[in-house]
Design a binder for this molecule. Structure first.
Ligand SMILES: [Cu+2]
Length: 115
């Protein structure tokens, strides 16, 4: 869904503008969606994409009910702790949660090996 994708990008831009008010707080709970994809970049704050929050750039497969096309896009990550043990180029599964100010990655796991 292109509209939702645009909204996610806009939210990143907006929250970057209001960076001072954004505390880095871990989000908990069940993901609203699960996705698969490849990690392109993991950016600790401050980065070009966000002043105070960690960002992960994923090349993701379609996420049923959320984004029906594969695409490359940035997501805010709940914590830099999610980046531990992960590497760029790695195939992963991830959990997404919709919170008031973002579509947030709340979990990242190495994907099972493809055969
Ligand atoms: Cu997307």
């Amino acid at each position: 869904m292109a509209l939702r994708h645009a909204a996610a990008l806009l939210l990143i831009a907006l929250s970057a503008a209001g960076a001072g008010a954004q505390a880095a707080r871990p989000e908990t709970g069940k993901p609203d969606w699960r996705g698969t994809g490849t990690i392109l970049k993991m950016l600790e704050p401050p980065s070009d994409l966000h002043a105070t929050r960690p960002v992960i750039v994923l090349q993701h497969d379609p996420i049923p009910g959320l984004m029906e096309e594969s695409m490359t896009m940035p997501f805010l990550a709940a914590s830099t702790a999610l980046f531990r043990g992960r590497t760029a180029g790695e195939r992963v599964t991830f959990g997404l949660k919709e919170v008031p100010d973002a579509l947030l990655v709340i979990s990242i796991e190495k994907a099972p090996a493809a055969r």
